[in-house]
Design a protein around this ligand. Sequence first.
Ligand code: 9MR
Length: 357
Amino acid sequence: MQGKFTKDKNIYRKSFLIVFGILLAIALIGSLITARNLPKGLSQIAKKHNLKIGTAVSSWQLDDPQFASVLIRNFNLITPENEMKFELLSPAPGEYDFSGADKIIAFAKKHGISVRGHTLVWTNQLPKWLVNGNFSRDELIIILHNHIDTVVSHYRGQVSYWDVVNESLAPDGSISQDNFWMQHIGPEYIELAFRWAHEADPNALLFYNEANAEGKGLKADGLFMLANMLITQGIPLHGIGFEMHTGLGWSPKPDELAINIQRLADLGLEIHITEMDVRIIEPASLEDLYEQAKIYAEIVQTCLDATNCTAYSTWGLTDTLSWIPHIYPGTGSPLLFYGDYTPKPAYYAIQKVLEIK
Ligand code: 9MR
């Protein structure tokens, strides 16, 4: 009696396992077919060009499932928009709160996304205790060294690229005097920052990031001279970030951008497009959006044509999350997705360029 019962139990278990196995196989095949039928996201298409596609994020945005899914599908590089800046990391002297930035890093790790660290040395978004602290030059050198060492060491092996120094140049291409670090340490703050970052993580690629120096002009020439000087002095500089904040009617001419990228390639430097957006005077018409798409396409095409342009990032995911309308009221619509995450003409224009080549 007991033997029959055990046998029956075994039969039940076996049939259960067979049915379960069949169901699992059906589910697996089903999801494979669905995955195959989904159009590829931008970063997947760009892989064949060895080009990373990036965007800027804030940790709170990652809690929105729709944001997260659009991000994961299209981007394999993220930059914390604010949460790695001095002011946000260090609420008091020597104190650090990495919670926001850590959340971004954990998300990136989970989804196989690379991270651009932004930014170690900038004159904006500095903590009040620092700016109002009346520190001597020697003290500020120690504070900056400690900051770079603390942050880069905390993320050693997890941040692939650092914007070490951000926007140090004046419009005429000289080192800007209107800069906290320049005023208190002098121009050597730039090379010191690169040396310290390299010591803290010798494997991270170190970038100098600049605005409005993408095409032809005094600032672009100043950037080239600075890069040349740093390289000649053996400073660990590996790449240049071109921010690429543009607008309808004022974006760099592709041939001038190409020449600028090439002379930096000749110095052995990589190029990342780091913060692209194309602002439009609101309300944006359909014609405006197509004009915007053309600018996005031109820049990505120029990047693909260059041998050393390895990343292409926008400064935010959707139009409603962009910094632009807050700082330049009356303008907006600068990014690749509408507020409801629908792709805009600019998205499809980039997709087309990436697919063709
Ligand atoms: O997008 C950032 C915005 O949320 C901040 O308020 C602003 C503060 O200066 O910084 C913005 O990001 C800047 C970036 O860090 C460096 N290049 C220019 C970007 C736009 O101002």
